[in-house]
Ligand binder design. Sequence first.
Ligand SMILES: Cc1ncc(COP(=O)(O)O)c(C=O)c1O
Length: 320
Amino acid sequence: MARLGGRGVKTHRDHVLVTTGSQQGIDLVAKVLLDPGDVVVVENPSYLAALQVFAGAEADIDVVGSDDDGMRVDELDALLSRRRAKLIYIVADFHNPKGTTLSVARRLRLIELATRHGVTILEDDPYGELRFRGVRPPSLAALDDAGVVLQLGTFSKTLAPGLRIGWITGSPELIRACTTAKQAADLHSGNLSQRATAKLLETFDYDGHLAKIREVYGARCDDLLGALTRHLPAGSRWTRPDGGLFVWVELPAGLDAERLLQTAVQHHVAFVPGAPFFAKHPRASTLRLNFSNRGRELIELGMTRLGEVIRDAQAHIASA
Ligand SMILES: Cc1ncc(COP(=O)(O)O)c(C=O)c1O
């Protein structure tokens, strides 16, 4: 709580609920706020398991585009003038799947729009602590004076996903409603992993650990970006993250990442095809790469192989 409070997020106990991972936070917010047919605005593409929650809530999912500075807030402005939305879902820092970060100017505009239109923002922030370049911008929660932001956090990306410890912060009214919804879901999150994590945070150099993983991930990200330059065909483009775990790649038109994956796996290299991350208008030529998990040699080898698989597919298309 001290960490969150230090970054300008309200952490009095009325403002916080511990959840079973941040995924449960998304689910609880959907249960509390959404009725079938309610409009939820997401970036296109967006975190797949959030889309699953909103689809399960029978929401009407509408989309705005994104670029290297994150959500296209100008498009959001136009959309909110046209449609009455209930919720805006956003990963502002090191987006999943794109790895991009919302600029400060867009953060301010987003808060202003949500406040004016009376829409709640769900800021999902599992990756903010994993910044290895640049200065951390204020979170949407820290910029929010009107009580329109609910923020989700988690230890899944900094300690271990198996702990299943996350949290929601926000206005006491919404936190109270989420607490009631959580009681129906699982009464409360397990005490054992919370106590173990509390003890760990007392006895272990968490800041030192974060500094170390940031350094390793930053170096691996650079390795991946270098390998992409060497091995991907002309016409490919990709994001350049300042933190997090992912790089988003757009291959030349005509290539289908789902098909490429089948061949790539035979060559012992894997990625996540991008199409399922789109709530609307899926782009088959996109894919998500992770850079945190393997060292330089394997990243280079994997991208060499991926480059070969892509070039073979291009040759096949050209000869068809
Ligand atoms: C954007 C985003 N939100 C939520 C989650 C879920 O995290 P947790 O393990 O805390 O439930 C993930 C995990 O990949 C994620 O990428």
